[in-house]
Design a protein around this ligand. Structure first.
Ligand SMILES: [Zn+2]
Ligand SMILES: [Zn+2]
Length: 374
């Protein structure tokens, strides 16, 4: 079928919007008409040639929409259902079987490479140059969805049915950014009322973590960032204290002035090794440091400090989300007014995708969501 998609080509810094032919759905697949799709930092990294994502490809992994058609073996959803798409997982490895699908052993293949070899869910060019030859194949299956398109193909494992009394076009952000941040606090840290947390970097994921801290009843929620505007937003969303970070100061010293004993949990969303060290230095005895991205630069924690403090350091993927349970839970929190993630969102018509990437990089918006029709 004909779809409109944003294609990431090799050596092109921007997306190219064009009409493509999409194959499928196969017997185990679901065709979804996309209502809206969020922009995540991972899309931007992949566009820039990062993470070994093969090109040309249709990116996008925070899609939400309406089920249009299902394959013969699909039982989980039916046409007309509202769904949020999330990361893909195999459902058969030790991690998946142990209830930890975010740590699936097939994560890299299913989300960043070509997934399960199949001839559905792939795109083909309809028109010819300038960008490429007519008929040339464009890869799909990014995070099992490639939802920077008017229609996407996904499987049961990463298609999550949701209630219909919610603004569908913005719900896709629950499938990655929001579940990563809020899930880190709610699931990974399992923060309890009265716990104290610090969030290093309050972009979309960090602000979701702030909201997660509020939902958990944390008594102190410290937001650390280099942008005043982001700190103001964190405060609006429930941060109890803010720290303006700079290369000249140590955020952990600032934090200790505010909370001398340190915090129970510190989360880094910046991916900067120096920030990881500051987060660890902000912990109280037996505190836990969590990180959601592999740091740029060398990370050399002071293991004496880690051991003598009884500290934990742990990696967190997708906020330990079990999407079938956690995404509907986040949506319930939102509709109860306890997780106002819509305040992070700025909507753009899909055609403005490149403007949104620029605006986000410039710090003008927090979380772009592209809506259809375009
Ligand atoms: Zn698995
Ligand atoms: Zn993402």
């Amino acid at each position: 079928m004909k779809v409109l998609a944003a294609v990431a080509y090799d050596n092109q810094p921007q997306f190219t919007i064009e009409e493509l032919d999409l194959t499928g759905p196969g017997a185990d697949e679901i065709l979804i008409r996309i209502a809206g799709v969020g922009l995540c930092h991972t899309d931007v990294k992949a566009l820039a040639g990062g993470m070994g994502v093969p090109k040309p490809i249709v990116l996008g992994h925070e899609g939400a929409g309406v089920v249009e058609q299902i394959g013969a073996r699909v039982k989980k959803v039916k046409p007309g259902d509202h769904v949020v798409l999330t990361y893909d997982c195999c459902g058969a490895c030790a991690a998946c079987n142990g209830g930890n699908p975010a740590y699936c052993q097939q994560t890299a293949a299913l989300n960043f490479r070509d997934g399960i070899p199949r001839d559905t869910g792939l795109f083909r060019r309809i028109s010819g140059p300038p960008a490429g030859e007519a008929g040339a194949e464009i890869r799909g299956h990014f995070f099992g969805q490639s939802s920077f398109a008017s229609y996407a193909i996904a499987r049961e494992r990463n298609t999550i049915p949701v209630r219909k009394d919610a603004p569908l076009e913005i719900l896709g952000v629950l499938g990655c950014g929001v579940q990563t941040g809020a899930g880190a606090i709610i699931n990974s840290f399992a923060a309890k009322p009265g716990d104290s947390i610090a969030i290093f970097g309050v972009g979309p994921v960090g602000l979701s973590a702030v909201m997660g801290g509020v939902a958990c009843g944390c008594s102190e929620i410290v937001a650390v960032d280099v942008l005043e505007s982001r700190l103001a937003m964190a405060k609006d969303l429930g941060a109890t204290k803010t720290i303006l970070a700079s290369p000249q100061t140590k955020a952990s010293d600032d934090l200790r002035r505010l909370i001398p004993a340190g915090v129970n949990f510190a989360l880094d969303t910046t991916g900067i090794a120096q920030s990881y060290l500051q987060a660890i230095a902000s912990l109280t005895t037996k505190g836990t440091f969590g990180f959601i991205t592999i740091p740029a630069g060398t990370f050399e924690p002071n293991l004496g400090q880690v051991m003598l403090g009884g500290l934990n350091i742990r990696g967190i993927v997708q906020g330990d989300s079990v999407p079938d349970k956690f995404i509907p839970h986040l949506l319930d929190l939102y509709l109860a007014g306890r997780l106002p993630f819509d305040r992070l969102v700025t909507k753009y018509p899909f055609r403005k995708i490149n403007d949104a990437v620029e605006d986000q990089a410039a710090g003008k918006v927090v979380k772009p969501v592209f809506t259809f029709p375009i």
